[in-house]
Structure formats: structure tokens, C-alpha cells
Design a protein around this ligand. Structure first.
Ligand SMILES: *Cc1c(COP(=O)(O)O)cnc(C)c1O
Length: 344
């Protein structure tokens, strides 16, 4: 048997919640989507939330409703995913790529001034669950969107001008696909709601169907009820891998406290040792991934010089992500730690 790098945690309770939604006969957006939005408002201590069809849609819509348009420059970490580029392009705005920090892999606020001097907007990704320095990114009046697609809980999402979440199959909690926009004032989330509710309106302007559904919301709500256990299981796995880590490898920083939830366990060592270790895991039928490959770095997609993004390049060639998810069985986790302990 092979141990997957990631898989969703689906329980009997999830099954029952989805079956109940089906049996209700209401599967389009309705009471369960509203309940999910209310749950996020409660979790984040106020504001307003609008659930949408994906994290990508949430990112695009948050940017658009905050006013990003043609001519605007949007700063984003080059060490992230193409969903960010897509969201910026959908607004007709310009991406300004910024290198990341060597310790926690989040966007480097110290390089922002030089690499994105005219950026009015910043997308702050809480990379693999580590917390980006949103306060520093806001300096000078920049508008900051917190990308919480790989995080849930703690203080993440609360400081920026809007926060976006993803409910894709491998994220913290899932509905298969899905996303959500939240902001404290509620202006952004309500503008998103107006934009996605295209049907039966008294006026016409450009809107688009990027709505979430009750069938999916039933699953996400059921998973959200287990958030404390999800957090505990993820933290426990992170701790046991950290303890088993050989001295020659480091890990992504940002999980020393108890309030962030690790999305991945990413170890770091020189590329030769990294590749050898990957081979050991593979021989033990344990799937690992290079969490962001060099060719996925956004500056490579855009044909910009690799020498401008030395930290992102180094991280991409020196990192390995191990299976870390609440559905991982204790005996599977033990096999992972055994490979770590045996590697010299
Ligand atoms: C997954 C992810 C997205 C996109 O979310 P989807 O729901 O897959 O569209 C955006 N940003 C980050 C950081 C992500 O991890």
C-alpha cells in the first residue's frame, strides 16, 4: 500500500450531512450556504462573508471589489501558485513579483519597495499555514488581501483588507471545490454577493455566476465542526516529524506557537540530500512532493530573470513536503517518522 501525500478526511458525520442536504431537496445556494457564511463570521469575530465556487474565484472577486483594475500593480510572492496570476489577470491588472523570506517562505516585505515600487495592492499568502507579515505589507497604505487558502484559524485573515479561503479537496476543510471572501467592514463580501447573484435582478450590469452550493456547504459545515481536532492532529504530526528530523535538515519556520495550523511539513536541505531522502520515502511507498517546483515559480512563467528571485529559487530546489493531514493513520505516521529517523 502506498501512503498518499494528501487526502481529504471524510467521516460518517460528513456522509450524513451531505445525505441530509440531498434529502432536503435543496442543493442550490440556500440555507446551508448562509449557515456556512455565518459560521465564518462567528469564527472571525464579525464582518461579512460570501461563499463562492473556488479559492481562485474568491481571490479574483476580492481583488476586483477592492478596486484592482487595468493599470494597477498587484504585488505577489513569486513562490506561490498560478491561481494568483490568474486572479490578477482576470482584473486586467499587472502582477509585480516579489521574492520570499528564507525562514517562513512568505512574501518578503523588505523587498517589496524595490521589486514592486508602485504596487497599490498586495496578495499576502500564508504559505503552507505560516503567517505572512501583513502589518508590514500594509505600510504606505497598500491594500492587502490575505490568501488563507492554506490556513484556517489563529489570527490569519483578520488584519488585511479582505481574506480569501479555499475548500478544494486537499485544503484544511473541503467541499470538493469552493471558496469564501470575508472582510471586517463587510463592503467587499457584500459587493461579491451582488456580483455573483446574477439572476432575477431588477437591473443589469456585468455579474457572473461564481456561486457556491448547499450540497457542498453541507460538507464544509460538517468539517468545520471538527476544526479543533483537525488543528490538533496537524500540530501533533508536525511535532513528531520535527522530533524525528535528522540534524542536517531544517524546516519551514512559523509553527513554533500553537495557534497556526500547519498545512504542510516542509523540510529543507541541499538538493542532493533532498533527492536522496525522496528516494528513501519512495522506496517505503510513501508519497512526498516538492511543494513548489522551480518551474512553477511565477517569475519563470513570466520569463523574468531567475537571479532576481534567489530565495524562491533556493527554496524550490531544497524542499520536500511529507504527508501531513488529519486522515493519516497513526501507523502511517509512524512509517513516515521511521524513514526520517533512519536517514543519515
Ligand atoms: C489552493 C489555493 C488557491 C486556489 O484555490 P482553489 O480553490 O483551488 O481555486 C489560491 N491560493 C493558494 C495559496 C492556494 O493554496
Amino acid at each position: 500500500v502506498t501512503i498518499a501525500h494528501n487526502r481529504p478526511w471524510l467521516t460518517e458525520a460528513d456522509n450524513a450531512a451531505v445525505a441530509e442536504a440531498l434529502a432536503s431537496g435543496w442543493i442550490a445556494p440556500g440555507p446551508r450556504v448562509a449557515e456556512l457564511e455565518a459560521a465564518f463570521v462567528a469564527m472571525l469575530g464579525g464582518g461579512a462573508a460570501c461563499a463562492v465556487s473556488s479559492g481562485s474565484a474568491a481571490l479574483f472577486l476580492a481583488l476586483k471589489m477592492l478596486g484592482a483594475e487595468a493599470g494597477d500593480s498587484v504585488a505577489l510572492p513569486t513562490y506561490s501558485c498560478s491561481a494568483l496570476l490568474n486572479a490578477v489577470a482576470m482584473c486586467g491588472a499587472r502582477p509585480a513579483l516579489v521574492d520570499v523570506r528564507s525562514d517562513d517562505f512568505t512574501i518578503d516585505a523588505g523587498k517589496l519597495e524595490r521589486q514592486a515600487p508602485d504596487a497599490r495592492f498586495v496578495i499576502a499568502v500564508h504559505t503552507y499555514g505560516a503567517t505572512a507579515d501583513v502589518a508590514a505589507l500594509k505600510a504606505g497604505g497598500r491594500v492587502v488581501i490575505e490568501d488563507c487558502c492554506q490556513s484556517l484559524g489563529g489570527l490569519q485573515g483578520l488584519v488585511g483588507d479582505a481574506a480569501v479561503f479555499s475548500f478544494y479537496a486537499t485544503k484544511m476543510i473541503t467541499g470538493g471545490h469552493g471558496g469564501l471572501v470575508w472582510d471586517r467592514q463587510g463592503r467587499v463580501a457584500e459587493a461579491v454577493r451582488d456580483y455573483v447573484m446574477f439572476d432575477g435582478r431588477p437591473d443589469w450590469k456585468l455579474r457572473f455566476n461564481l456561486q457556491f452550493t448547499d450540497l457542498q456547504a453541507a460538507l464544509v459545515l460538517s468539517q468545520l465542526k471538527r476544526i479543533d481536532e483537525i488543528r490538533a492532529r496537524r500540530l501533533a504530526l508536525h511535532r513528531s516529524y520535527r522530533t524525528a528530523l535528522p540534524a542536517w535538515a531544517g524546516i519551514q519556520a512559523g509553527f513554533e506557537g500553537d495557534d497556526a495550523i500547519p498545512y504542510r511539513f516542509v523540510l529543507r536541505t541541499d538538493s542532493g540530500k533532498r533527492n536522496a531522502l525522496r528516494g528513501s520515502f519512495s522506496a517505503a511507498n510513501i508519497r512526498t512532493i516538492v511543494p513548489t517546483e522551480p518551474w512553477e515559480l511565477l517569475h519563470r512563467y513570466l520569463g523574468q530573470p531567475v537571479s532576481d528571485f534567489p530565495t524562491a529559487e533556493a527554496i524550490a530546489s531544497e524542499t520536500l513536503s511529507l504527508p501531513l493531514y488529519p486522515a493519516l493513520l497513526p501507523e502511517e505516521a509512524e512509517l513516515v517518522t521511521n524513514v526520517l529517523k533512519a536517514s543519515t
